[in-house]
Write a protein that binds this ligand. Sequence first.
Ligand SMILES: NC(=O)c1ccc[n+]([C@@H]2O[C@H](COP(=O)([O-])OP(=O)(O)OC[C@H]3O[C@@H](n4cnc5c(N)ncnc54)[C@H](OP(=O)(O)O)[C@@H]3O)[C@@H](O)[C@H]2O)c1
Length: 429
Amino acid sequence: MAIGIGLIGMGVVGGGVARILNERADFFKNVKGLDLDIRKVAVRDLSKPRAIDLPTDRFTTDPMDVINDPSVQIVIEVMGGIDPAHDLILSALKAGKDVVTANKALLAEQGDDLFEMAAQKQVGLGFEASICGGIPIVQTLSQGLVGNNIESLYGILNGTTNYILTRMTEAGANFDPMLKEAQDKGFAEADPTMDIDGTDAAQKLALLCRLAFRAKLSPSNIIKEGISHITALDIDFARELGYTIKLLGIAKAVGDRIEARVHPAMVPHGELLADIRNEFNAVEIVGSAVDSQVFYGKGAGEMPTASAVVADLIGLAEKRQAGVPSIGSALAPLPDAKLIPLDEVNTGCYCRFTVNDRPGVLAQIATLFSGVGISIETVIQHGRSESGTVPLIMITHDATEAAMRTAISRINDLSFVTEDAQVIRILHP
Ligand SMILES: NC(=O)c1ccc[n+]([C@@H]2O[C@H](COP(=O)([O-])OP(=O)(O)OC[C@H]3O[C@@H](n4cnc5c(N)ncnc54)[C@H](OP(=O)(O)O)[C@@H]3O)[C@@H](O)[C@H]2O)c1
């Protein structure tokens, strides 16, 4: 018997899903034994051309028509936004329907009751497409690596910022023109704030932490810093020192606590993450049994994202067909994560000071670092500028954020320091 599919949204991702279901219908039927039928589709504008031809009576402008249609068993939410998507998904789950969504913002910010409802009703809530698009990272964490304690994960989780940082690195350019280029090429939205300030990556990291560490946390509790303050000068010095600057999402289990942070990081050349270019995403997972594995691919776009939606859909349809109840998303109930506070985070740092070039500068800065127990690994100082100020670069050994903040604030107050210091944490995987 055919399984009824309902789509809420048939834009970029929904169109891709419809295309895959259309093109691979024979494969799903003959190989998977699944006859999938798109029975209802909600859109805003009925007059727009759509990715596939369907009878007009299958379209509606009311998403509740999709949920209330008794012939729809699996609902795919690809409309985006928090309201009304949250209430629509909740209604679908309450009605005993499986749901697949690509909506990371919704799940990360307001997903708790959705995960709980899925568990209570023993229906599926698939969200593979919401993290790193086409990379099957949810499946990897929940199935492929189920025999491991996840020790840490490091991810390039946002394609827009990775594109901008790659172009800054390769063109030797500053942030603003490369943001404009990313917008012109469709890799950044007209309002790129959520990408640039790290919010999008923090939302994905919060969902990854649920899967990896079985604890829930709000994206707002993740330590977060964006990329707009990174300059071409920092990228040049990073290269000279053997690093590439990437926006990373980092999560680690430390005893019964979790360290979770999103910020630009100096990634040593030779690490796979240093070589992830342009709009691509990658996640490195360190598991107790497998050690380190890296997953790489397209993190967004019509077909990669649709691929992930369809993967969830097929998994849920197979269970339905076999009469096996889903055990919810297996992500509820979860305890709140015990997060390591920022002050305790321990990293080495790249520090760029802008100073008047005069004798004793280096010694005074080094003294302030050593006063809070921070030792210096490398120092670089080149030439003299016409303005009389020069960049002074120091790489520090590992130290707590609290110690680093104290030192930097004292250094910024020195009379020969002309600008606030630039500080970028170093990745020590
Ligand atoms: N695009 C990507 O690369 C990507 C990657 C990962 C995750 N996602 C996520 O996937 C979701 C969908 O993104 P998208 O890029 O496909 O968005 P989109 O192209 O804007 O499509 C949204 C669809 O929802 C429909 N819609 C919006 N509001 C509606 C309403 N109130 N009632 C009925 N239909 C409504 C729109 O109808 P009309 O067509 O009539 O306007 C459209 O078909 C979002 O949660 C997004 O974050 C997207």
